[in-house]
Design a protein around this ligand. Sequence first.
Ligand SMILES: Cc1cc2nc3c(=O)[nH]c(=O)nc-3n(C[C@H](O)[C@H](O)[C@H](O)COP(=O)(O)OP(=O)(O)OC[C@H]3O[C@@H](n4cnc5c(N)ncnc54)[C@H](O)[C@@H]3O)c2cc1C
Length: 1009
Amino acid sequence: MTLRGMTEGSTVVPQETPFSRPDPKTEASVRAIGERLFELMDAHPAPGILSKKGAYARIMEWSMRDPAFKAQLFRFVDVLPSLESSSEIVRHLREYLGDKAVELSPAMRTGLAAASFAPAMVAGPVKANVTSMAGQFVAGATPDDLVKRLRQNASKGIATTIDLLGETVVSGPEADQFLRRNMEVLDTVAKALSRDPAPCFSDLGPKGPLPRLNLSVKVSALTPEVLPTDPEHSIVALKERLRPILRRSREIGGFVNFDMESYALKDLTLSLFRSILEEEEFRAGPQVGIALQAYLRDCESDLKELIAWARRAGRPIVVRLVKGAYWDFETTLAGQRGWPVPVWSQKPESDANYEKLTVLLLENADIVSPAFASHNVRSCAHAIAQADRLGVDPRAYEFQALYGMADELKGALVATGHRVREYCPVGDLLPGMAYLVRRLLENTSNEGFLRAKDAGGASREVLLANPVGLLAPGRGAAPAGGFRNAPNTDFTKEANRRRMREALGHAAARLGGRHPIVIAGRRISDREWVASTNPARTSQVVGYWARATVADADLAVAEARAAWPAWAARPADERAGILERAADLMEARRFELGALEVYEAGKPWIEADADISEAVDFCRYYAREMRALGKPRVTQQVPGERDIQLWTARGVGVAIAPWNFPLAILCGLVVAPLVAGNAVVMKPAEQTSVIAAELMAILTEAGVPPGVLAYLPGFGEDVGARLVGHAGVDFVAFTGSRQVGCRIWETAGRTLPGQANLKKVVCEMGGKNALIIDNDADLDEAIPAALYSAFGFSGQKCSALSRLIVLEGVHDRFVERFLEACRSLPVGDPALPGTVVGPVIDAEARDKILSLIEDGRRESRLAFQASLPAGLAESGTYVPPTVFTGVLPSHRIAREEIFGPVVAVMKARDLDEAFGIAMDVEYALTGGLFSRSPSALERAQREYRVGNLYLNRGITGAIVERHPFGGFGMSGGGTKAGGRGYLENFLFPRVVAENVLRRGFTPPPEDPS
Ligand SMILES: Cc1cc2nc3c(=O)[nH]c(=O)nc-3n(C[C@H](O)[C@H](O)[C@H](O)COP(=O)(O)OP(=O)(O)OC[C@H]3O[C@@H](n4cnc5c(N)ncnc54)[C@H](O)[C@@H]3O)c2cc1C
């Protein structure tokens, strides 16, 4: 086997690389040290992870041969701890491994088939096997197990760092418990160590004994209040929980290491590390360290800053250099969000960066003690060779390796006089499974060193090769073809947060502007001015809009009728180009528009920002679709006849939009018919007509001609009703309440004298969306997803979660954790970066929601209601997040759309009942299921009839083209905004058949595609 196509002895270095070319002298020394380590490893073979005997070895071998088996097996391992009965274990085993794509030996297939006849006989051994697999990577469940392991390690000259398993906390009590467990471990281990005599070999540094009690902590486990978009607040919350750990560690002479998790938490973790250590009480202790991930492109600059900080502060620290454990996650997430991928794309790049940073660390070993955490012999040999070259005392740095992995390497390093520390996870099986799956993935990774060494049969020369020679030239993330969504802003970056703060400042300074009606390019100001106010601070006027009259509506329709034929006659490409220009303008003004939404709609930062992205996407997506529709399509090829279908605009339309996606929905309702060649009268929601005025200005600047688009702010009762019933209107594009939607549908059905066409209505209404939680759901994922789906933007999305249907087996556990999690919801002013729940749109909405809450109190149990921070209720139109439990399908709060931060929790016996309840409403917009049963997921896909079904994720946040959006029932007419076919709603299809046969001669046929 070769590593990424390297042939033995090849050292071709690509022209452009940020890494230095190999230095022959150092390379020779790396090679010699590596060979020596291999010899020692061969002489004392610990059972290599892949050479372990028995079931584990066979399973791992199979996993590496069959990726489908591997995926299914690891998924089964992940769900196993949540399964309570033998029959459930067997059912899941069969569902995962019985998948057709999985190749099983005939014996395994027969065993699997027979398993359901005697579940207990199969489930027991399966659970025992997986538990024993976990036992290979988890040092035990209790502090006493840990003490035992510490002593075993010490007897081999190996030091230990302790990691308490438990990565996601969703509530304060969970975080408190995690803190208590950490304190307990510190105390138990400190007591045990005080009875042990001298430190072991690896606990002796260049200046004497090192802290023997070494604890690794993950910040995400310390508090549920970690919001990467609001690091300042998160750091305050994190410090509360970290201080006791640091204090106790200092008292007992311990050491605390900050582990590094996902990229979103990286800057926050670094800031936390520096700022807590700058606090007076921690200036002199305890001793501390932090992990940095060499697979990150910005790891080098982070390390340099950290070294400079340590020098400035005169604070010696340890840096644990790792490559990084979340490569697939980071790559996938960045791909989904359209963000730059933060990790290197080639494995040898991570290796080469690791080596580069190894040198940087060793050069600064006087202030930063290096800890090289790697199971890769080449990476370790390189560190030793560089330390020798730089004259760094071998005791001034250490190696670290995980419990249950690379045992022979640990032995070889100690034998060559190097300090080694083992990372020992302890804890329960449940969080242990997530950790186990990560280790299994690492051990079976195609790219990994361990697999190449133990299972791939790679030669030593290949295993010890300089990674720079393995870099493939020009391999980077190839831009994906097809439509690309506008990426949302990454608010974990301080530069972006600064831009948003500045934009909010500028917007605040310009509030109060006046926005006249615009018809055929004329601005009409001599009308009543209506104030649009900030729902978070109702005394603050965002702007004034001129209230259109019924006569204005008539004028706008007349101008539109005059303008549309010329507009429709322009080539589709030209109209598409105008939309693309509008998209560019919106992107350029993203922060400014976002800030305005914060003030006018009360949208929290990330929601406002996502609304701008969606508006941009609508413009670009519909432009692209129209370019395609603009070309005639050959319907069928027959000799001598040319048969084509083409599209023609309907005429004049009205777009009536809601306030909850004040730019995106309005923009989508306007630009789809526009690009199709229609003229549009835009009637925005009264609450967000200032943002609508910005859209008007942008579309005009992009090139939409006068008359083709009118800006007609006004009230639904008069202007809206007049437009819908107007004989000069050919279609209505509406999103809003069911009540208004149904009225529009009915009005449009009455054909008036002089009407040119039957009116078409594109109608999107509300929902009563449910999320089902299956017994085997991953609650660590389901709870945050439910929380955000229900309360993000105060539940004011048509897709928002309103009913949680929880299966009996998991109901109590889920509800307890969910209610606790609700307590950590940040409620406040949306102008602050960490706010998740802001105000509702206006007093009318607030009063309606509060009255529904009163009904809920009478019908069921009020299980949670947030208390609003002081002053909030007086300043704005806030409704506290509220949860009812024990809700029955007949209750009003289980049936009526609420459009606010209120959730009804219902219990279901089984999935049959759960699907029944979920669909027993008049709406069919969004819905979801959290389950780890493949058959349940398949069933949901088949039976759960909603427009947008989300499996194992939140149920809000549809993205253009990826999730075309819209429902049926009383949720809408079945159209899909942002999806294929949507533009056709605003077009008439036409067919042309032409006889092309001339005296027996016929031209060659056209391509039908
Ligand atoms: C003691 C200890 C503590 C640890 N603490 C942390 C921690 O705090 N945070 C953390 O994230 N990890 C941590 N890890 C996990 C660590 O990141 C992985 O174990 C490590 O990356 C494996 O690297 P290796 O040198 O042993 O193996 P190798 O096989 O040489 O490297 C594997 C690594 O290469 C990288 N990689 C894989 N494919 C690609 C690709 N296509 N392009 C670019 N890079 C790629 C990944 O980082 C992968 O893990 C720790 C590990 C140890 C031993």
